[in-house]
Design a protein around this ligand. Structure first.
Ligand SMILES: CCCCCCC[C@@H](O)CC(=O)SCCNC(=O)CCNC(=O)[C@H](O)C(C)(C)COP(=O)(O)OP(=O)(O)OC[C@H]1O[C@@H](n2cnc3c(N)ncnc32)[C@H](O)[C@@H]1OP(=O)(O)O
Length: 686
């Protein structure tokens, strides 16, 4: 049998239920009697434990906690259990019935927990010994499912679950866990309600073991909800149907649409179990983006790269013909996968997210990052290193655009204080930093960051609170929020690309860097560069302090622009081809123009595969806005205003000039293939 769980030295406050804190009133909260609490204290002492009774109301939470502090100097565990009943059907429920229940259950738990919270926080900061501090909320099946005659009680109990869920999130980084149980147990509350037979099986002794486990320092559970009683324990979670996207293009959402899709909305086939607001939102966005992709709009809000001004190389305007992504944005694309990789649940490694820093990064781009589209990233944890002062988790992420591998990332996540577990110090799987040549740098660029820089990078998708929230960064030991690693790293790459790569993202092959010291918003970065063949070694210093902030860095450049890159010539060519289609349609006379008021598909092939599949939607009238691309395999965009498109179709505008003037935009990887002719012939037959 495994070792018994012990709670040596732990100070626990149990409210209510004839526990160590109990007013001793009746089930309606009337009267006051010290006997209930005293009896439990005697029982504990008789078994060799230590306990003191407290008779204050839970609404005086600070007094309760103070008595624990006076007696034992600390508080480790709070079990919010106090409760009363004032059952009435809703029509007969008085304000007093409502208020009393809420005051004892919800406000009481709030007051007690609030009084304990800062002590628990301090304990975490004050000691290096990991001391689990836990709060247990006692909810009720009535709160979860509702119960006849208990509207006041159900509302308060479910309120406790909401309180507990949020405390679980806020407490996670502080090592404060918060779980909720919905027990069915024999107690002073239930003895008048349940039959004698039922009561026989519902002993508090069958609930307490779950509470003990949830309170134990080995238990990692946080934010859980459990039903327990009669020797049975089960966990509850939310289940959500995939739902139905009702909003259709150009149509208002209507109640009739809700009625018509009711079965689909309520069907739990392929349901999900969102465990957090983020997951809930992600599932919903996934549904929406699937729907949009079906409609021909390629978008995925999580990896939509459209308007990220901070990422543009030299051009901040997404309408510019050379608008492109800074290659280092590839880091952000992979970040969500890193968060999902399970790194916070590596067995034996207790990760405090306030102590997580970007240690090193390697990024290789196989092709320039698309400026819009849906990208899929897959992460795997490849190694765990013990660096003494910290642990390093090495995570590889591959990012795909359709079938094509767009970039590889290797994250070295440095967990401050996570080392010393006797692990290995280095890994054969990591890309290593390289020291620069020992001569003076060949080139130096200095550029100031702004005070708002972190907010700007946050808008670019890196949403770590460490960079924006003073409370969070204080927990990490920083006087103020520090800049994203992506920021210093992004500045340096921009300097290198500008100086040695003609500002062309297609020249960017790979980058490796170590983050050695944080940078603060407003500080200036000095990038020192050494060119050796196609490799540019670099390091970065903070100008104001002279501190090295990025070390051992290098950027590898492609000799020529990456052959798979976007070529302005190809864009132009595709513009001409596109206009040619329009010209031929127009030349064929009004009958054809009329007929193609449906949807025209235009496919471009490359290496025998579909490189692009455009949809020109003329359904809503001549010259309707063209949407594109519609293909999982290529990222191509065509846009033109109604007027510009019609002008092109009618041959009134020189397509080359329209293209150069930005009135017609096409981007993509184009090689003209057989398919084009075939489709044009098909048109001719119409
Ligand atoms: C869950 C979420 C996942 C998401 C992750 C990231 C999300 C991002 O938003 C986070 C960020 O952007 S954070 C901002 C950028 N990063 C930084 O500012 C970190 C700066 N670096 C430091 O402070 C220290 O190097 C520090 C503190 C990292 C190390 O300093 P020390 O503890 O003093 O270490 P030191 O004594 O110098 O060396 C000990 C061993 O560790 C190796 N090492 C040091 N710095 C390293 C680093 N940055 N990366 C990798 N290894 C590093 C040393 O080489 C030494 O190992 P060895 O003995 O084997 O040589």
């Amino acid at each position: 049998m495994s070792a018994p769980l012990t709670f040596d030295g732990k100070v626990v406050l149990v409210t209510g239920a004839g526990g160590v804190n109990d007013l001793g009133g009746n089930t309606k909260g009337e009267g006051k009697n010290s006997a209930a609490a005293d009896k439990v204290v005697e029982e504990i002492k008789a078994k060799g434990g230590k306990a003191v009774a407290n008779y204050d109301s839970v609404e005086d939470g600070d007094k309760l906690i103070q008595s624990a502090l006076d007696a034992y100097g600390k508080i480790d565990i709070v079990i919010n259990n106090a409760g009363i009943l004032r059952d009435r059907t809703f029509g007969r429920l008085s304000d007093l019935d409502w208020d009393l229940i809420h005051r004892v259950h919800l406000r009481g738990s709030f007051k007690v927990t609030k009084a304990a919270w800062n002590h628990m926080k301090k304990q975490k900061f004050g000691r290096q010994v990991v001391c689990y501090t836990l709060i247990i909320m006692t909810c009720s099946a009535a709160g979860i499912y509702g119960n006849f005659g208990q509207s006041n009680y159900s509302a308060a109990k479910l309120g406790l679950l909401g309180l507990s869920n949020t405390l679980a999130l806020e407490g996670r980084a502080l090592n404060i866990h918060c779980n909720t149980i919905a027990p069915i147990a024999r107690s002073r509350l239930t003895q008048n309600i349940l039959s004698a037979d039922m009561l026989e099986t519902l002993k508090p002794e069958y609930v307490a073991p779950l509470v003990l486990w949830l309170c134990h320092e080995q238990c990692e559970e946080n934010g859980g909800l459990f039903e327990v009683g009669a020797g049975w324990v089960g966990k509850l979670r939310w289940e959500r149907s995939p739902g139905h996207v009702l909003l259709q293009k150009n149509q208002p959402m209507s109640p009739e649409a809700v009625r018509d899709q009711w079965d689909s909305i309520c069907s739990f086939q392929d349901s999900t179990h969102p465990g957090s607001i983020d997951q809930s939102l992600m599932n919903m966005l996934e549904m929406l983006s699937k729907e949009q992709a079906d409609e021909g709009l390629v978008a995925n809000p999580t990896s939509s790269l459209g308007n990220n001004p901070a990422m543009a190389v030299g051009y901040l305007y997404e309408g510019h013909e050379n608008f492109a992504c800074l290659p280092t944005f590839g880091v952000i694309i992979s970040q969500a996968a890193v968060m999902d990789s399970g790194l916070t649940s590596i067995p034996g490694l207790n990760i405090d997210v306030t102590q997580v820093l970007h240690g090193e990064h390697y990024l290789k781009c196989m092709q320039p990052l698309p400026t819009s589209g849906t990208l899929v990233s897959k992460a795997s944890i490849v190694d765990l290193l013990d660096k003494g002062s910290g642990a390093i988790i090495v995570i590889n992420v591959k990012t795909y655009h359709g079938q094509q591998l767009v970039c590889n990332n290797q994250w070295s996540v440095f967990v401050v204080g996570g080392g010393g577990f006797g692990g290995k110090k280095s890994s054969p799987h990591t890309e290593n930093t390289v020291l620069p040549p020992s001569r003076e740098p060949d080139a130096v660029v200095v550029e100031a960051t702004t005070k708002e820089q972190a907010a700007l990078y946050r808008l670019s998708g890196d949403r770590n609170p460490l960079h924006i929230d003073p409370n969070f960064s204080a927990m990490g030991g920083f006087k103020e929020p520090i800049l994203h690693g992506l920021c210093s790293f992004g500045f340096a790459s921009r300097h290198i690309l500008k100086h040695y790569g003609n500002n062309d993202p297609a020249r960017f092959c790979a980058i490796k860097v170590r983050f050695v010291k944080p940078v603060l918003p407003g500080q200036s970065l000095r990038t020192e560069m050494w060119k050796e063949g196609n490799r540019v070694h670099f390091q970065c210093k903070v100008k104001e302090t002279g501190n090295l902030t990025l070390s051992g860095g290098y950027v590898d450049l492609y000799e020529e622009a990456n052959p798979k890159s976007l070529q302005p010539a190809a864009d132009l060519q595709s513009g001409l081809v596109f206009a040619e289609i329009g010209r031929r349609i127009a030349a064929s006379g009004p009958a054809l123009v009329e007929k193609v008021k449906a949807v025209i598909s235009w496919e471009i092939t490359q290496d025998g595969q579909t490189a692009a599949l455009w949809t020109i939607d003329l359904k809503s009238g001549p010259g309707a806005l063209i949407k594109g691309p519609y293909s999982g395999k290529a990222d191509l965009t065509i846009t033109a205003s109604d007027a510009d498109f019609m002008a092109l179709v009618q041959g009134k505008v020189n397509p080359q000039q329209a293209f150069m003037a930005g009135k017609l935009k096409l981007k993509g990887n184009i090689m003209l293939g057989q398919k084009l002719d075939v489709i044009l012939k098909d048109f001719a037959k119409l």
